[in-house]
Design a protein. Structure first.
Length: 199
């Protein structure tokens, strides 16, 4: 049995933090997992920037409400679901992902959560499990699934490497150059074809 594990931001949707950085005028928040491999370190840094600027959860959610999935993403997921099961594995948060997942036709997503104060200040982030993408892929394999994975950032590399087949999708040139062992694609049709060929 096969299951496809996909990253969300950069693969199916725009990067939430980049969109928020642009909308809020806080350019430092454009830093993502394409730039910083240590997600926990990145999130602590982001929360410090939010606190410094007095930004609350509602400010981020207001921007997320204006974001649509990447063009073609929903059709890609629909075509994929005709053939096999899929799971979105993301380091984003339930409080961010819900409207985007709804626009994508509600695929199953495993992600993290936030601790939020009554006034809406984001106090901290709670990772679902350490090395969540790799750990989830290994857990799926332990119950009889063969995984096929795709992502675009440093935090996707472990799940891609651990899978029966793994691909980079719309990854920056630096990650592609550092990992030539993974086929890289920029179009959903090409990724779909590669996934189906891997079955």
């Amino acid at each position: 049995m096969n299951i496809v594990c996909l990253d969300m931001e950069g693969v199916l949707t725009p990067e939430i933090w980049i969109a928020f950085a642009e909308a809020s005028g806080i350019p430092e928040l454009k830093r993502t997992t394409r730039d910083e491999p240590d997600y926990d370190k990145l999130m602590r840094w982001r929360l410090g920037i939010l606190k410094e600027h007095g930004m609350k959860l509602k400010d981020i959610q207001a921007v997320i409400a204006t974001i649509d999935p990447l063009p073609g993403a929903k059709d890609f997921l629909d075509a994929l679901r005709e053939k096999m099961q899929l799971l979105v594995l993301s380091d984003t948060f339930e409080e961010f992902a819900a409207p985007l997942i709804r626009k994508l036709g509600r695929p199953t997503i495993f992600c993290n959560s936030l601790d939020v104060a009554p006034d809406g200040e984001i106090l901290s982030h709670r990772m679902r499990i350490p090395k969540s993408k790799l750990t989830t892929v290994k857990a799926l394999q332990s119950i009889g699934y063969e995984t096929i994975a795709a992502g675009d950032s440093f935090n996707d590399l472990a799940m891609i490497e651990a899978s029966k087949a793994g691909f980079l999708f719309r990854a920056p040139a630096s990650i592609r150059a550092a990992h030539p062992e993974f086929k890289a694609f920029d179009e959903y049709d090409d990724l779909l074809e590669a996934i189906l060929a891997a079955l």
